[in-house]
Design a protein. Sequence first.
Length: 298
Amino acid sequence: MAVMSERAPAKINLTLDVLGRRPDGFHDLRTLMQSVSLCDKLTLTGRERPGLGVTSNLSFLPTDRRNLVRAAAAAFFARSGLTPPGLHLHLEKHIPVGSGMGGGSADAAAALRLFNRFFQAGLSHSDLETLAARVGSDVPFCVRGGTQLAEGRGERLTSLPPLPDCHIVLCKPSFSLSTATVFSRVTATRILWHPDHDGALRALREGDLRALSQRLFNVLSSSVPHGQREIADICGTLLDAGALGALMSGSGPTVYGLFSDPDTARAVCETLRACYPETFLARPLAAVSDDDAPAVTR
Ligand code: ATP
């Protein structure tokens, strides 16, 4: 029986701005997003029983219709016109859940790529991104991966020069945050400070990691309902250890630091892991199918 796997890389937000609220209730965003080498792994196999079975290594993760891979499957089969045969999809989760690193979106995007390969359906990247936008705001980014400027709800993507190679320490505090709750606390007109997107884009074009690191900025940092102290403390630890920049990713609470020196990154990763077990050392990924990328280390 055919077995096929696909990795699902996490993302970090290098910048995140909220421009306003749309009539559909979602927010208009402008955000620089980066794929990183912390990945889930999806494995698809055929099975005798019809329908799609979903399992995961995390007992608390719902595998029914609340799981985004099911929405991805529904969108894929509706678009491709294929009749879903008996299938089993296993999610090996490594990306912490509810962390601001887009694990659910990454899995949904990987499921779309996987179904397209498994069934040789021949959907283009652009077809997959259109389907992805129906599944969730971050899913189009996760289909394309690499370094992208995402606008609108997140579906308008502009590919950018890659983040210069660096070492990324990802640290999830001991609590999780709901994306919906964090966004519900944002009032766009009350945001006083916005990211310097022009400066960040210039830094990427010039391959200047230091200049980019000085422009990391996330307007959601001031909207988290609790845990600001822990988030600020982790940022402080990363910066004191020599990070070029540190920021909360997405709707949090994961904090990351960018380092040019691998030994410094490794040392602070170990220090933080003593308090926060979900601390990882990762690298930027230039593409989701970048098979030569170094694996994440715990
Ligand atoms: P984002 O940064 O896109 O807001 P996040 O990293 O904060 O996402 P996720 O890990 O994607 O959050 O999970 C958020 C919610 O989505 C959880 O309540 C979880 O139950 C649900 N969910 C659905 N499918 C998945 C999946 N495949 N993996 C993880 N969570 C999932």
